[in-house]
Design a protein around this ligand. Structure first.
Ligand code: FES
Length: 106
């Protein structure tokens, strides 16, 4: 299933993700600049911070418990659509999801 990442400079990168794979994993596996995922998805780093495109905000759901605390440590501005991309798993409803990347993760 397809995920489109849009970097802060507008560069778009489309990748294929497997069902159940997190958006962070799909980004790292495809060498997408802008997602680091330092802790491997265990909600300890915030280097997988992303902005879900407004049109996809409902489909990706709300932040998980503890996400907002960790997002306070994110390097870039936190917005209403901020999520930890390791906490969003791909499913049929997210086919074609659009994810914006923050300017910096560190
Ligand atoms: S990869 Fe570390 S919090 Fe998401």
């Amino acid at each position: 299933m397809k995920i489109t990442f849009i970097a802060a400079d507008g560069t778009e990168t489309a990748v294929d993700a497997a069902e159940g794979e997190s958006i962070m994993r799909a980004a790292v596996r495809n060498d997408v600049d802008g997602i680091i995922g330092e802790c491997g998805g265990s909600m300890m780093c915030a280097t997988c911070h992303c902005y879900v495109d407004e049109a996809w905000a409902d489909a990706t759901g709300q932040q998980e418990d503890g996400e907002s605390d960790l997002l306070d440590c994110a390097a870039s501005e936190v917005r209403p659509t901020s999520r930890l991309s390791c906490q969003i798993r791909m499913s049929a409803e997210l086919e074609g999801v659009v994810i914006h990347l923050p300017e910096s993760q560190l």
